[in-house]
Write a protein that binds this ligand. Structure first.
Ligand code: DC
Length: 216
C-alpha cells in the first residue's frame, strides 16, 4: 500500500464529495457525472477492495494483498468488474486489517487540490467524516437486481433474476452487517433513492446538492 500512497503524495486540501450506498444503486454513474461536472477527480473505492479480492483469488493472504496493493493492480478496472471478484471483494472487506491498509490512500485522494469524489460504503462515515457533501444513494433490492441483470446480460453473462437478487441481498447483508465500517448512511448524508428515478434525474439531484454546498 505504501506504493499506492506515493501516487497522491502531492495531495492538498480540496473539496470532498462522499457518495456511499449499496451495489447497483447508481452511485458509480452519479459519482462520475458529479466529478465530470465540477472537474473533480473520482475514485471508485470498490476497485481497491476488488483488486484485493482478485489477489486473494490468486492465492494471496488478504492482509498481505491489501498492504502490498500497487497502482498496477488498478489499471484495466473493467477486468475487476466480475461477479466472482465482487463476491471476493465483499468478503475481504469485512477484515479490519484489510480496511486499515486502504485508509491512507483514500484520505490522501480525498484531500487532493481541485476536489475529489469518492464512492464506496464508508466514505461519509469513516474515510471522510468531514466531507463537504455526503450522499447516500440507494434503491430497492429488486430494482438493483434488475439493473445488474441487464448489465450482466448486456456483457454476455448468462444468469437469471433470482440468482442476481440473492447475490444483491447477500452482499447487502455482508456489507451492512460487518462490525468494522459497515455500510450505513452518515447522519448528515442526503438520501437519494433512485428506485423510481432515471439516471439523468439522479445525476441532476446530486449535482444540485453539490452546487448548493459550494455556493454556501
Ligand atoms: O462498489 P463495489 O461493488 O465495487 O464494491 C465491492 C465490494 O467492496 C463491496 O461489496 C464492499 C466492498 N467495499 C467496501 O467495503 N467499502 C468501500 N468503500 C467500497 C467497497
Amino acid at each position: 500500500m505504501s506504493r499506492l500512497i506515493t501516487v497522491s503524495q502531492n495531495a492538498q486540501s480540496g473539496f470532498t464529495v462522499a457518495i456511499d450506498g449499496p451495489a447497483a444503486a447508481g452511485k458509480g454513474a452519479i459519482s462520475r457525472a458529479v466529478a465530470a461536472h465540477f472537474g473533480f477527480a473520482h475514485l471508485d473505492t470498490g476497485l481497491l477492495y476488488r483488486a484485493v479480492g482478485r489477489r486473494v483469488l490468486g492465492g494471496l493472504d488478504p492482509v498481505t494483498a491489501a498492504q502490498s496493493l500497487d497502482p498496477a493492480d488498478l489499471v484495466a478496472p473493467d477486468s475487476l468488474r466480475t461477479a466472482q471478484i465482487a463476491e471476493a471483494a465483499s468478503r475481504v472487506a469485512v477484515i479490519p486489517e484489510v480496511r486499515a491498509a486502504l485508509v491512507d490512500f483514500q484520505r490522501a485522494f480525498a484531500r487532493r487540490l481541485g476536489g475529489a469524489v469518492l464512492d464506496g460504503r464508508d466514505i461519509g462515515t469513516v474515510i471522510c467524516p468531514a466531507a463537504d457533501v455526503k450522499l447516500f444513494v440507494t434503491a430497492s433490492p429488486e430494482v438493483r437486481a434488475a439493473r445488474r441483470l441487464k448489465e450482466l446480460c448486456d456483457n454476455g453473462f448468462e444468469t437469471d433474476f433470482a440468482t442476481v437478487l440473492a447475490d444483491v441481498r447477500a452482499r447487502d447483508a455482508r456489507d451492512g452487517g460487518r462490525a468494522t465500517a459497515p455500510m450505513v448512511p452518515a447522519e448528515d448524508a442526503l438520501m437519494l433513492d433512485t428506485s423510481m428515478m432515471a439516471v439523468d434525474e439522479a445525476v441532476a439531484a446530486a449535482i444540485a446538492a453539490v452546487a448548493a454546498r459550494r455556493a454556501s
